[in-house]
Design a protein around this ligand. Structure first.
Ligand code: ADP
Ligand code: GN1
Ligand code: MG
Length: 359
């Protein structure tokens, strides 16, 4: 399907004059559309292999973004950049379907940017505010309205079972090279269930969670670096706030890229951990329950371990899920995650003290 055919389903401000691939996501395909009136849009093809019900994904996004915008407007604040804004098709739908693909279009959020790596700690304080504010805005959202678009997305024990299955099948004969990684995961099997057990026992509440709070999904003001909003809302679902805290630290407080091959570069930046936590807790400490706060540091270990396990599972399964750009890319990604887990474990007591000091 040609791009202009897809775009013909949208009323844009001007004629589309360029469409270029944009962003660094592992799942969807993202394009920046620029028009003759210099208006910009984000056009995305939703990955149908990952999202089996794109209609549900889009309904979740519409519900959550409308709710946030209303909440911000009611508090007399500028809501224009408070959340993603879906551009409807000429048939008033929030997505466009071709024979074999789903597309959606967002207004471009002007004057804001995302980072692949933090440049100064103040930025990560603002990222903490953005992630915390997302929680605060949605704390009274009627959660039963949200569809579960990927079941067990952050159910680490279920991810572990899937990993064991794929590793024991070893259909691509890659298992021999990953003994250390398998042992690393196995040795931590007893901590994997902590968050799910707290959710299931009711000790912590289900909340609207973003579930993919990595750094390049948070927009900051281009000039002031102030928190604007979190984007990439495909995985918004009921979950634990701990998923969002853990995932944000996993990416933003690491001293190296997710796919760094030199593992000696992968450490946890304690100052970045502190700054994010400070921003996050400023927005959330009034309503989080004690068990959530007590498990913030645990969540960084569990979610980082889970992500590494997902990369390793995909490597052993022939790289079908995460887009790769080189041989062994998913293995490299898994290794950075495990290195980061050991770094967090080393500093666990200090991190717990930091959280206490911020309350
Ligand atoms: P992916 O699933 O590929 O990660 P994202 O939705 O995160 O897709 O978009 C990729 C990048 O495009 C983001 O990191 C951000 O820089 C930019 N982007 C996405 N949506 C918008 C938007 N509405 N306005 C401005 N930039 C955006
Ligand atoms: C994927 O789409 P993207 O790149 O923002 C993945 C996340 C992982 C992340 C790892 C739907 O996110 O869960 O944490 O890669 N998204 C999905 O970088 O699986
Ligand atoms: Mg993204």
């Amino acid at each position: 399907m040609q791009m202009h055919k897809i775009l013909s389903n949208y009323i844009l401000d001007g004629e589309a004059i360029s469409v270029n691939e944009y962003g660094n996501g592992h799942i969807n395909k993202t394009f920046l559309v620029t028009t003759s009136n210099n208006a910009k849009y984000i056009l995305q093809q939703i990955n149908g292999n990952v999202f089996k019900n794109p209609e549900d994904v889009m309904r979740n996004i519409e519900l959550v973004t409308d709710y946030i915008r209303t909440k911000v407007a009611l508090s007399n604040q500028d809501s224009s950049r408070a959340a993603l804004e879906i551009v409807p098709t000429i048939n008033f739908s929030n997505y466009f379907k071709t024979k074999d693909s789903y597309w959606r279009c967002y207004k471009f959020i002007n004057g804001a940017k995302t980072y692949e790596q933090i440049e100064n700690p103040r930025q990560f304080y603002q990222v903490g505010k953005a992630v915390g504010r997302f929680q605060r805005h949605l704390k009274d959202f009627p959660i039963e309205k949200l569809a579960i678009t990927i079941p067990d997305f952050h159910n680490t024990p279920v991810r572990f079972q899937k990993f064991l299955e794929v590793a024991s099948e070893d259909r691509y004969n890659r298992g021999l090279g990953v003994f250390n990684e398998v042992k690393f995961i196995w040795d931590r099997r007893h901590i994997m269930g902590i968050i799910m057990e707290l959710l299931e026992s009711g000790e912590i509440p289900y909340r609207v969670t973003h579930n993919d709070t990595k750094l390049n999904n948070v927009m900051l003001d281009e000039e002031t670096d102030e928190a604007i909003c979190v984007i990439d809302l495909d995985t918004v679902m009921p979950g634990s706030v701990l998923f969002d805290f853990g995932d944000a630290i996993r990416v933003g407080a690491s001293t190296a890229a997710e796919d760094e091959q030199d593992l000696s570069k992968v450490k946890l930046d304690i100052e970045l951990f502190t700054e994010f936590s400070r921003g996050f807790l400023e927005e959330t400490k009034d309503f989080l329950v004690p068990k959530e706060i007590e498990n913030l540091v645990n969540s960084t270990i569990i979610i980082t371990l889970e992500c590494g396990m997902r990369f390793l599972t995909d490597y052993l399964d022939g790289d079908k899920y995460f887009r790769i750009h080189r041989e062994n890319h998913n293995l490299d990604r898994a290794r950075t995650q495990f290195k980061l887990v050991s770094e967090i474990e080393k500093h666990k007591d200090l991190l717990e003290q930091i959280i206490k000091s911020l309350l």
